[in-house]
Design a protein around this ligand. Structure first.
Ligand SMILES: *[C@@H]1O[C@H](CO)[C@@H](O)[C@H](O)[C@H]1NC(C)=O
Ligand SMILES: *[C@@H]1O[C@H](CO)[C@@H](O)[C@H](O)[C@H]1NC(C)=O
Length: 136
């Protein structure tokens, strides 16, 4: 699974500023999610996007009457989620730390810095050009 988080700035903001990172850290595990209409889904959590839409494989959907339905794949829209059960064996703090560390580690900071240094140099060059134009 690709740990690198890809998404819009808004999704990135959610990742670092909400518990989205905790839910994301559960990818690859069996998770139970209560839906807002009193049904729930229990299955292998495949992906969590930046809105917290969830995709499951080999999942059981259980309706409010307790009838179970098996699905190869289920996609749960974030707005249908009431809450996500964190499995008991999961250390919440460690998972958050690891997930955020993964994200920070994967950032191509070196190249981004090179780019900004170049941009700064170019900007200074432009300013000098402008200044010299005024002098003439
Ligand atoms: C509950 O919500 C889920 C997700 O939107 C939907 O698939 C399911 O059919 C709904 N169940 C009931 C009983 O409304
Ligand atoms: C995920 O949820 C957001 C917000 O409800 C929605 O805009 C987006 O289209 C959803 N993604 C998918 C693949 O449905």
């Amino acid at each position: 699974m690709n740990p690198r988080f890809i998404g819009t700035p808004r999704e990135k903001f959610s990742f670092f500023n909400t518990l989205l990172c905790l839910v994301k850290s559960l990818q690859g595990q069996c998770v139970t999610v209560d839906l807002r209409n009193d049904s729930y889904v229990c299955g292998l959590l495949l992906t969590v996007d930046g809105f917290m839409n969830l995709s499951f494989s080999t999942a059981v959907y259980c309706d409010p009457q307790g009838n179970e339905f098996f699905f190869e794949n289920i996609f749960v829209q974030c707005r249908n989620i009431r809450y996500v059960h964190i499995p008991e064996h999961v250390s919440i703090i460690n998972n958050i730390k690891n997930e955020v560390a993964k994200e920070v580690r994967n950032k191509p900071t070196g190249r981004a810095m090179d780019k900004s240094r170049k941009a700064k140099k170019a900007y200074n060059q432009h300013m000098q050009t402008v200044a010299s134009l005024h002098r003439h």
